[in-house]
Design a protein around this ligand. Sequence first.
Ligand SMILES: [Zn+2]
Length: 329
Amino acid sequence: MKKLFYYILILILICFILPIVWVRKNKKNPNKDANPEEISVIEDYDYSKYTTVKLLHTKTNEVEEVNLDDYICNVVSAEMPATFELEALKAQAIVARTYTLYKIINSSKHKDADICDSSACCQAWISKEDRLNKWNEDVRIENWNKIVTSVNETRGKIITYEGKPINAFFHSNSGGSTEKPIDVWGGSGYPYLQVVQTSGEDNYKQYSSSITITKKELISKIKASHKDVEINFDEEDCIKILEKTEGGRVKTIKFGNVELSGVETRTILGLKSANFTFSIDKDNIKFDVIGYGHGVGMSQTGADALSKQGENYENIIKHFYIGVEIINM
Ligand SMILES: [Zn+2]
């Protein structure tokens, strides 16, 4: 009789009490088996709908709807030399994908398109046919396969900050130090875009350049946007760098009676970056420039330099974008 009582007690325990305990325990953490970052992102945006991109061809003004992965292959092959390390190409693929998604989500400046094919406006794009024709025949397939590998092996990966895709700016060569967006375009900036140093960028041809123009040319170029400019070249300090940015670029410079930002000077004179010095001789002014591009976000040659130093794409991305995560779309 006593034995039967114990059997019934055990049966009650198995049938009623254990399931209640199990359900309660699991209620505390419903996403126990899921990646919490993925869940929070999917709640905010439905990434599954971003499988195509409406691409504006700036030369023809046509908008073409293209597959996202194909588009990223074309962008990577236009933006970065195929001779760069595979880890650098992977970083570029993730950065390009993130940049594209950011444009789509935060409504593009182009009316009927998500993004355009111009590096001066959005990011560079080249058709596969044109890309292959620009490479020598003996490296054509090898190069293209390397680009496709960089996209396939990072498929669906994007960079997020606090669960949202970042504004993944990138440029050619930082000259050793990147720049805060506030020092390039003004505005309030982004917490993940800070000044970071990268070694090894001086090994690339994009690192240094120079421009020599006559004094007369200099005045006429500035006059196009500042018609009252006057420079008395007999005066000491007639041209003077007044302030530098945190990233070491020219913030403000005086040309005679006119004060310009380093960024505006770069545009007016066609310099490769706002990190420059100058020297004046009898007739000419020479500008020596360090780095190539605006300097914000990932430096492409910096990414290649880091991968040559043994860093993988994740370390490269986290070097240039502070406090970010890499997640699957
Ligand atoms: Zn554009």
